[in-house]
Write a protein that binds this ligand. Structure first.
Ligand SMILES: [Zn+2]
Length: 464
């Protein structure tokens, strides 16, 4: 069986599998003829590491990266970006290539820099510029640029723009370019495994969720962009329909998986996590900042600081451990107790309305099979990720409706989605949750390639 994997970065199960199901005829046809449900993301539910975990069936601890940005060492500032270079584990296309299968891989996160496979690869949004070699083989670049008549878009260049029109124009331009490329590759080359990931869904969620979701604090009924996200899903659904036609279309020997690496939800506000750590006595500054200042620009008194945190869709909390950090003060014997104390403190944080936010913290050693390189000491979902972690200091309280980065409307959610269509497996409709870790073994199973025993997930190729 050949396998076509359609990745929709950040696609939200409640929208695709339920609310807009009848308006997405291609996906609906796959759902009607197959199975579908929620797909549990990694902890943290982030693009990096989720797609790499999905394609390798290894957890972030085994992979040794926990986010785009990871601590390079135990100093207070050195961070590195986890590109494809950071992925040491085999992914589906590596294993399939060695088994003699032909693979076409387009725009899958953490495939820049590209590596040789038995087929072709076009690098992901981490490609710094199209002047870099972003295709394998290298000469594919000219073919692609000839096809689209210009520069290939690896991402939406300014997705944190405040201008919805400009954002929409860029997202559609990228989707339409990639559509041309995908159709061309499907039609021009033999393949056993084909995968494309659309980043537009993620970009439109982050940029425009406030227009669509009445739960969002800045939602205004009847606004002109009310249907923008809906219409983009419809656009992508139509494109996927054309890919299925070119792939032979059901029914034949092609299995189809539509997957997302995590879901989406409105950002309800921000918790100024370092402000909270400061108030609780864990973080001490030499003097109060004037105005709102990023943590890196504050003078931290490390000799009295036990913990600090990084911002984002979730909080990464770091402990200042004696013998580990340059000016560490937490005795290794007190490490576990402090971690528990911080997790309990974070779990008790209430929102501005006085209600508990239901925040949860994860210890890397408890959620991963191994822990390689340097993870955060705690991974904290503030209000199940509906509250952003704001790292800057100088706030009046611990709440921020503004964010410390550029405008962003949506956060991630732990459940992504899967739709699995197999022409020879009987349809069963809505099914239980699968995990991102289950996708790689399922794909290999479908292609009749042996599943490496160290994969963490389970194949669901045979249905159930
Ligand atoms: Zn993502």
């Amino acid at each position: 069986m050949r396998v076509l994997v359609v990745g929709l970065d950040c696609a939200e199960p409640s929208l695709v599998l339920d609310r807009w199901r009848d308006e997405l005829p291609t996906l609906r046809r796959l759902m009607d003829g197959g199975t579908f449900g929620e797909l549990t993301s990694t902890v943290p539910a982030m693009t990096v590491p989720s797609w790499a975990a999905m394609m390798s069936s290894k957890d972030p601890g085994q992979l040794g990266f926990y986010d785009f940005r990871n601590r390079a060492d135990y100093s207070y500032e050195t961070m590195t970006i986890a590109t494809g270079q950071a992925v040491k584990a085999d992914r589906v296309w590596d294993i399939a290539s060695r088994a003699g299968k032909r693979a076409i891989v387009v725009s899958v996160p953490q495939t820049y820099p590209v590596k040789p496979i038995n087929g072709v690869m076009i690098g992901c949004f981490l490609t710094p510029s199209t002047r870099s070699p972003y295709t394998y083989p290298p000469e594919l670049k000219e073919e692609i640029e000839g096809l689209i008549g210009g520069e290939y878009m690896v991402d939406v260049p300014q997705f944190r723009t405040g201008d919805p029109e400009q954002l929409l124009a860029q997202i559609y331009q990228m989707a339409d370019q990639h559509h041309i490329v995908v159709k061309h590759l499907l039609a021009s080359r033999p393949w056993d495994f084909f995968m494309h990931v659309d980043m537009g869904v993620d970009r439109i969620h982050h940029g425009m969720w406030r227009f669509t979701d009445p739960r969002h604090p800045r939602y205004q009924p009847g606004n002109r962009y009310e249907n923008a996200i809906h219409d983009y899903y419809v656009h992508v659904d139509r494109q996927i329909g054309e890919w299925l036609e070119l792939a032979g279309g059901p029914p034949d020997n092609t299995a189809v998986l539509v997957v997302s690496d995590h879901g989406a939800q409105p950002i309800m506000g921000g918790i100024c996590i370092n402000e909270w750590l400061k108030r609780e006595g864990y973080l001490v500054l030499e003097h109060q900042p004037e105005g709102i200042v990023p943590l890196e620009k504050c003078e931290v008194d490390w000799s009295r600081t036990r913990a600090w945190a990084a911002g984002g869709y979730y909080a990464r909390v770091y402990l200042n451990v004696a013998g580990r950090e340059p000016e560490g003060i937490v005795a290794p014997a007190d490490y576990e107790q402090l971690r528990d104390e911080l997790a309990a403190g974070i779990a008790a944080i209430c929102g501005p309305d006085g209600h508990n936010l239901g925040s949860i913290s994860f210890k890397p050693q408890e959620v991963y099979r191994e822990v390689n390189n340097i993870p955060p000491d705690l991974i904290a979902y503030l209000g199940k990720m509906a509250w952003r972690s704001v790292a800057s200091l100088g706030w009046d309280g611990i709440y921020s409706t503004e964010q410390d980065a550029a405008p962003d409307d949506a956060s991630h959610a732990q459940q992504g989605l899967y739709i699995y269509y197999n022409p020879v497996v009987e349809a069963r409709g809505k099914a239980g949750r699968r995990r991102v870790l289950d996708i790689a073994p399922t794909v290999l199973d479908l292609m009749n390639v042996p599943i490496p025993r160290d994969m963490r997930g389970q194949s669901f190729a045979k249905g159930l």
